[in-house]
Design a protein around this ligand. Structure first.
Ligand SMILES: *Cc1c(COP(=O)(O)O)cnc(C)c1O
Length: 633
């Protein structure tokens, strides 16, 4: 009996309720909707269809400022509630580390949504500081300067104080102090300094080494006390305003956070009792995103919610302050990933499907005198049945390898090799049918799913759009934007259009494990768009130009009431010319070379003179074109 497949089944299959933090859902019509705070919604497929109808192309990033603003408010409100609940004596002020996403739209949206909460920014380089200084922030908002600093960086930070901004320079190493004091004297500015402390506590997951004794940044206990002494001698103790620590990104286990925060608060309390008038305790980033929705300590998950994070940080700091009888500091966090991940979605079209179980265009006819190894595969295919398919599968795998070895040694013809391969594929298809009906897959067949998987070719570059999937195996939720009221029947991996065999996605989220295939609908040749979700943190700036595939098109969408939306801004992706020029070529030089070559070809009689103009036009048009595949249907 055929079971009906409902949108709720699709939501479950793709874990939508578990990773979406309430920002996405599957509609009754089987399409994905974005649902920013305030009871509004919009249909992603409809947005993309409208943009395509108006002449824009995929791949494309959809950005939702209301989702981003929603995250900023959620975080600050979570701390407000925790402060109320535990009767905490201090305040909370978030800071956004711009390295996570320096996009103008992102920084301005955070500054705007965070105005009432005095949300600030964190810069880790001169360039980042330059852009942060130009933002319109609440005057109370912090501007933290982290990272290694040269004189130019320090100067810029101090000028910021002259402008009346709440700039704090974080000491990452002891030797920075002398230079800060010297430049501050020259500029006649009183610096505000934070000390980054190397916690003994470590994070968990992939960034474990950001904390602990071996950390790249920060001062150890004795260096920190030396800073205090130095500042006391200078009569500038009141310039030490912040204690800062950061135990890594994507901390999956809340216990690690509590341990780190407890240690940091002890250090804070000790310094205050030494007479250092600190005001801010900055507990850094690390607030994790539950990419797979499993709510576990798995590296792409987190075993806590935003509210639990805020509550545990506030409670832990409050308790230590009570015990040590120290005034409760203003709590600062530098959450980046958790603020920005949700707001951006990469939409890419499937452009082709291949794979071992797709219909074989031809099973070559059996010829007299074919090699015995090929005949064996013929026999395996003929004799396969429900009872022996496991054995046959193993034999077929071995035979296929032998076919390739014999071919390499010159014992098989190309015809025999081709026939052997297609027999092998037929056997796989039969095995797949038997396996489909099983609840339990025996170990020896576990890899079969991967072997049999379709390859859905998608118009995107993994290196440009999803670098963390390639580099550190971050798993992003991937869901078709439509047809979610229809049972998907294919198991697939995704491959991109770069000429790099690494350009593929073959690990997918799962509530219990990692899946090696993604369940997708049969592709019928028409538009079928996949959304890659939670990609708003780090991906935009870490992306690289492999094969000169450039930045993709971007649409900034404001959702209105009644399922309506408004295109706020469309940012065109990089053109081929820009990518080529980034490599040191100049457009003029390219065009001149083309003209010279065309003229030479005309002289030699290879090209007819009246086609030169058309050729040059085609060439120039490509320079101005999108770097991704463009099909006109
Ligand atoms: C990268 C970084 C952050 C951001 O961390 P998330 O895990 O993205 O919140 C915060 N603080 C410092 C010092 C960082 O280096």
């Amino acid at each position: 009996m055929k079971q009906v497949f409902k949108p709720a089944d699709a939501a479950e299959l793709y874990s939508v309720p578990y990773w979406s933090s309430g920002f996405f859902r599957v509609s009754d019509k089987g399409q994905i909707e974005v649902t920013p705070p305030g009871g509004i919604y919009a249909n992603l497929q409809e947005i993309v269809d409208d943009l395509i109808a108006s002449g824009e192309s995929l791949p494309m990033i959809l950005r939702f400022p209301q989702v981003l603003g929603g995250r900023v408010r959620q975080l600050s409100e979570a701390f407000r509630r925790a402060i109320e609940e535990y009767d905490y004596g201090g305040r909370y002020q978030g800071v956004f580390p711009v390295k996570v996403n320096q996009r103008r739209m992102v920084v301005e949206t955070i500054a705007d949504a965070g105005w009432d909460y005095a949300t600030g920014l964190e810069a880790g380089s001169k360039a980042e500081l330059a852009l942060c200084l130009a933002q319109d922030l609440n005057p109370r908002a912090l501007l933290c300067c982290n990272g290694f600093k040269d004189d130019g960086f320090i100067k810029l930070a101090l000028w910021g104080r002259s402008l009346g901004k709440n700039v704090v320079i974080t000491l990452e190493k002891f030797s920075e102090l002398d230079r800060i004091l010297k430049i501050a004297r020259e500029l006649k500015v009183k610096p505000a300094i934070g000390i980054r402390f190397k916690l003994h506590a470590k994070g968990s997951g992939q960034w474990e080494e950001s904390g602990g004794d071996g950390a790249k940044f920060g001062l150890n206990s004795s260096e920190m006390l030396a800073v205090v002494e130095r500042m006391r001698q200078e009569n500038m103790l009141d310039s030490l305003v912040m204690l800062h620590c950061h135990i890594g990104s994507q901390i999956t286990d809340i216990r690690r956070i509590k341990v780190g925060v407890r240690e940091a608060t002890q250090v804070y309390a000790n310094l205050v009792r030494e007479g250092v008038p600190l005001q801010y305790l900055n507990v850094g980033g690390g607030l994790a995103v539950d990419y797979d929705g499993s709510k576990t300590t798995f590296y792409t998950s987190a075993n806590y919610t935003l509210q639990e994070y805020a509550s545990d940080v506030v409670y832990t700091i409050g308790e230590v302050c009570k015990q040590t009888q120290v005034a409760a500091p203003t709590i600062v966090t530098e959450s980046g990933r958790a603020l920005t991940a949700h707001h951006a979605i990469l939409v890419m079209p499937v452009i082709d499907v291949t794979g071992p179980t797709r219909e074989q265009p031809l099973l070559l006819e059996r010829r007299e005198g074919q090699h015995a190894i090929v005949s064996e595969l013929d026999e395996l295919l003929e004799s396969i049945n429900k009872r022996n398919y496991r054995e046959i599968y193993n034999d077929a795998v071995a035979n296929k390898e032998t076919v390739h070895n014999l071919f390499d040694l010159g014992y098989l013809s190309l015809y025999e090799r081709a026939r052997g391969e297609s027999l092998y594929n037929q056997i796989l298809q039969r095995v797949a049918k038997f396996v489909q009906d099983m609840d339990y897959i025996p170990d020896e067949l576990e890899d079969l799913g991967k072997v049999l998987a379709d390859k859905y070719i998608c118009n995107f570059s993994l290196f440009q759009s999803l670098p963390d999937n390639w580099a550190i195996d971050t798993l992003f939720p991937i869901v078709p934007l439509s047809r979610l009221n229809e049972k998907p029947t294919r198991e697939a991996i995704l491959v991109d259009i770069t000429c790099d065999s690494d350009g593929k996605v073959d690990k997918f989220i799962d509530l219990r494990d990692v899946k090696s295939t993604l369940t997708l609908h049969e592709w019928e040749g028409g538009p079928y768009y996949l959304g890659i979700f939670l990609m708003g943190a780090y991906q935009d700036v870490l992306g690289s130009a492999h094969n000169l595939f450039g930045k993709v098109n971007e649409a900034h969408i404001r959702v209105k009431t009644g399922g309506k939306y408004e295109l706020e801004l469309f940012v065109k992706g990089q053109k081929a010319r820009r990518m080529i020029e980034n490599m040191g070529y100049e457009e003029d030089m390219l065009l001149e070379s083309m003209r010279d070559q065309a003229e030479a070809a005309v002289k030699k009689g290879r090209m007819s003179a009246d086609l030169v103009a058309e050729f040059l036009e085609d060439y120039s048009e490509e320079l101005l074109g999108y770097t991704y595949l463009e099909y006109e249907d």
